[in-house]
Design a protein around this ligand. Structure first.
Ligand code: SPV
Ligand code: MG
Length: 673
């Protein structure tokens, strides 16, 4: 594709402004002239050849262009008869350079926005810039539109016409038809025809050409004929340059599709990038491989990015209200799915102050999916997975974990997500419950399922998930055994083991004092903690001491005394348990512990005191909330019910309505994590 710029005219209506150079060299601001702006956009668009017709001041113009140093091959063609002919004759003079390619044709006094030019260049048909939002000009060009095609261009048409600007894209074949007729006009014996508009020659051949009106709307695309025009256009350009564009990114891997959309967005104005906070990324996606600060620096160093700010939530509202960008740019992938509500909110906020949403086609290229898969695979590796619980606890005041006891429940913990109030929620971690692991094997929760079997369950879960694991270590067994358990768990990539301060035959805490259970002495349990901490190899692994004093009705004093002693012994966290539905004793413990100890995380398992929300726990200073058995307790009755229905009806048909469709169960298992 070549650009043809017509610069042979005298520009006499500009007065003193064109007394020493052609009109195209008129300054628009202190950085650019009409011509330097055109050449810069031409070069940005990927065109590298320009044919420029000249007339008066041709040497001044040629020298000027050379000094601009654009990576463009510019061929200058002087119309020696510039003062007695029109640009039809200039095109004729340049004919031999215009034979073999698509052509972008523009008058040398035309100023347009970059998006106007880029869209025109990328059009797949011959077209002319028109504006349906401008009034019909008295003296300037208008295009007559018939059956969605331009049939006439000239200053004299008013019916079925729209305002038109001398900016065209012509496909080669269409261009040759017009060019042939231009040649005929200029070689005609009737020399007056050299003074006509080139469009007179066009109007005779529009039947043979499909020339589409390309509507630029109210975007800038104007000729400068007078100093007044110059003032108006310069003013518009100033406003255009001050436009801002907003995009939000959660990614920690920049690939070519990101660069491409950033480039497009930057053409609309100063690009402000909102980098999603770690907490917001974790809420709806996976754990970021790079923390917020790193991602921020990464975007700050990308060409075209004007400024980087934090976007704290998935919702754009706060940042849009703060920065009031003229445009928000996004891929068109958010028109459905959970992002639709975020998009709807963006549109409504933009509508309040008149901003525009610009959407570009989303790239579904498999290579980008592959990158995401690699990031996920990395997160499932032991070192990265183990360290992630601590990192998440630093990032969020309170995290949540759900019970898992198999690969399938692991998948539920990994993938279940809800969208609420413009945000998303998912579990931060998995709790490998001894109760549920035993129950799944049809065994009582009395440390009967041995460690090898429990490790096997961990392995099943780890194979299909990436989230961190909190392991229910029961009593930890003999100290001599516990140190080995710690090493194995740590090596596997488990993040935390919780051991309870009981000894002898352990029974489930929810039995309370209904069964015989013995609490370990403070010193005995402290020794176990110390030995475990000594055995671990990394700083990431955590040992949490679980206090059974309230379960065994030993009183608040005992619970607190133990909590402080265990912390002193090196426990990374304490878990306080209760089987009362009234949360008062839990709250009292948390309050009293927090008065003395602000740093050590507190873990709770609200199976009985289940009315308390995570928000309330957070306010009181609880750091980890574990939903310890709900998947087992819901799955078991559903399975029992199905079995009964089949027995009752002597067939499976009736039970179908409580079953997940067969197709869905097949899809439940992803090919890759
Ligand atoms: C478990 O889930 O196995 C627990 C929590 O240890 S509880 O059942 O409440 O004791
Ligand atoms: Mg347990």
């Amino acid at each position: 594709m070549k650009a043809l710029i017509l610069n042979s005219g005298l520009g006499s209506r500009m007065g003193a402004l064109t007394s020493e150079h052609p009109k195209c060299m008129t300054e628009l601001n202190n950085r650019e002239t009409i011509l330097s702006r055109q050449l810069s956009l031409i070069s940005d668009s990927g065109i590298n050849e320009v044919i420029m017709t000249t007339g008066a001041f041709d040497t001044v113009l040629e020298n000027y262009c050379r000094n601009l140093n654009f990576p463009l091959k510019i061929t200058f063609v002087k119309n020696e008869l510039y003062n007695i002919t029109n640009y039809i004759y200039s095109i004729y003079c340049a004919e031999k350079y215009l034979m073999d390619d698509d052509i972008i044709l523009m008058h040398g006094d035309l100023v347009f926005e970059n998006t106007v030019f880029e869209e025109l260049v990328n059009a797949d048909c011959s077209c002319m810039a028109v504006s349906s939002s401008l009034d019909l000009p008295e003296k300037d060009f208008k295009a007559v539109i018939e059956k969605d095609k331009i049939s006439r261009v000239g200053i004299e048409f008013f019916n079925n016409a729209v305002s038109a600007q001398p900016l065209y894209k012509f496909l080669k074949d269409d261009w040759m038809i017009w060019l042939d007729n231009i040649v005929k006009y200029c070689e005609s014996k009737d020399e007056v025809k050299r003074k006509y508009y080139a469009e007179n020659a066009l109007n005779e051949v529009t039947e043979k050409i499909t020339l589409i009106p390309y509507d630029v709307g109210d975007r800038l695309c104007s000729e400068i004929d007078t100093p007044e025009d110059l003032a108006i256009v310069s003013d518009k350009l100033k406003k255009i340059e001050n436009r801002t564009v907003y995009m939000c990114f959660s990614t920690d891997v920049i690939h070519s599709a990101h660069i491409s959309i950033i480039k497009k967005a930057a053409k609309l104005g100063k690009l402000i990038v909102g980098v999603l906070s770690d907490e917001a990324v974790v809420s709806y996606k996976r754990f970021p491989l790079l923390p917020f600060e790193e991602r921020k620096v990464m975007f700050e160093n990308i060409n075209g990015v004007y400024k980087v700010v934090e976007q704290k939530e998935l919702s754009y509202r706060a940042n849009l209200e703060k920065y009031k960008p003229d445009f928000v740019v996004h891929g068109d992938d958010w028109r459905d799915g959970f992002q639709k509500m975020i998009r709807d909110e963006v549109k409504s906020v933009l509508a309040v102050y008149g901003g525009t949403l610009v959407e570009y086609p989303y790239s579904n290229d498999l290579k980008y999916k592959e990158l995401e898969n690699r990031a996920r695979a990395e997160l499932s590796m032991p070192d990265l997975r183990r360290s992630r619980l601590k990192k998440t606890m630093l990032m969020k005041e309170t995290i949540s974990a759900i019970e898992v006891h198999s690969g399938l429940t692991g998948l539920i913990a990994e993938n279940t997500m809800v969208y609420q109030n413009g945000g998303a929620r998912q579990f931060d971690a998995m709790w490998l419950s001894s109760l549920c692991d035993s129950t799944a094997k049809g065994k009582p929760d009395i440390e009967l399922v041995d460690m090898s079997s429990r490790f096997r369950t961990i392995d099943d879960i780890m194979e299909v998930t990436t989230k961190p694991i909190i392991f229910d270590g029961d009593t930890g067994g003999l100290t001599e055994h516990f140190v080995y358990t710690v090493k194995t768990l740590e090596r596997m990539g488990v993040s935390m083991v919780i051991i309870e301060d009981k000894k002898g035959l352990k029974k489930n805490s929810l039995f309370g004092t209904e069964v015989q259970q013995t609490q370990a002495s403070v010193s005995e349990f402290c020794e176990k903690i110390k030995a475990g901490k000594k055995a671990q190899k990394t700083n990431d692994f955590m040992i949490c001491a679980r206090i059974e004093s309230l379960i065994l009705e030993k009183g608040m004093g005992d619970a607190l005394e133990r909590a402080f002693a265990y912390t002193q012994a090196g426990a990374d966290a304490v878990m306080i348990h209760s089987r009362k539905s009234d949360p008062s004793e839990i709250f009292e413990f948390v309050e009293k512990f927090r008065k003395e100890e602000s740093a050590t995380p507190i873990v709770v398992v609200p199976t009985s005191f289940n009315t308390v929300t995570e928000e309330e726990f957070r306010e009181r200073g609880v750091n980890v909330v574990i939903y310890a058995n709900q998947l087992t307790r819901t799955g078991f009755p559903a399975m029992q019910n199905a079995a009964k229905m089949i027995l009752e009806h002597h067939r499976a048909k009736e039970c179908d309505e409580i079953c997940m469709p067969f197709k869905d169960i097949i899809r439940l298992i992803p090919e890759e994590i």
